[in-house]
Design a protein around this ligand. Structure first.
Ligand code: ZN
Length: 213
């Protein structure tokens, strides 16, 4: 699996184009906005986008979903159903943060823990990781050892939990019990900021490292 990170929106969210090298089939993960930039990246890489994948439904991750889905006739997969209230609240989120006000949408497929999503011949495992939002999911590709973790985990930090239905202890459990067991060598693309790997966060991240118990 190949990838290209495309920072979008005033929040510099890491929208990611992922694709299967063999088939050039691609998916856009978390199209928060700035669709011109996303479309330019698709054209530059010469890939054929077949779907949109969502980690969760905060506006900086999902704000461009309805428009991109309509423009390119793409099905939407994810997040987990518990994030539906965030999808319904996208127009209010847009007003609150001064983003273009997006349309709401209904995913073609809600995802559950243990599901698989495909991009060409690439298979990604779906891991339900509540805490930042209740329906947050992570996409994990075992072959390249890469995870797209949205706003669950960042280099040196973790996602906010002060939103409705956010929960700090649940988030910590999602990271320690569902992500870290995948292995220290797994690299991840967070929703914001630079990439890291689980081993580094396990050793140094003050919120979830082994040392701070
Ligand atoms: Zn978020």
């Amino acid at each position: 699996m190949k990838y290209r990170i495309i920072p979008v929106t005033p929040f510099q969210q890491n929208c990611t184009l992922i694709w299967c090298e063999k088939t050039s089939k691609a998916a856009v993960v978390d199209p928060g906005g700035d669709l011109d930039r996303i479309k330019a990246a698709i054209a530059e890489e010469g890939v054929s986008v077949e779907k949109i994948l969502l980690t969760h439904a905060h506006i900086d991750h999902a704000g461009g979903t309805a428009e991109l889905s309509q423009d390119l006739a793409l099905p939407i997969e994810g997040p987990q159903r518990e994030d539906d209230f965030w999808i319904q609240a996208l127009p209010q989120q847009g007003q609150m943060f001064g983003f273009p006000v997006p349309d709401v949408f209904t995913p073609d497929r809600w995802l559950e823990d243990g599901d698989t999503v495909t991009v060409g011949e690439v298979e990604l495992k779906v891991i339900h990781t509540p805490g930042h939002t209740p329906g947050h999911v992570v996409f994990y590709e075992p072959e390249t050892g890469l995870a797209l973790v949205g706003d669950v985990l960042f280099q040196g930090s973790i996602g906010r939990t002060d939103f409705p239905k956010g929960d700090h202890d649940t988030l910590i459990r999602s990271i320690r019990e569902k992500l870290f067991p995948l292995g220290d060598g797994i690299r991840f693309i967070p929703g914001h900021g630079p990439m890291s790997d689980f081993g580094t966060e396990r050793a140094t991240n003050p919120f979830v490292s082994d040392r701070w118990g």
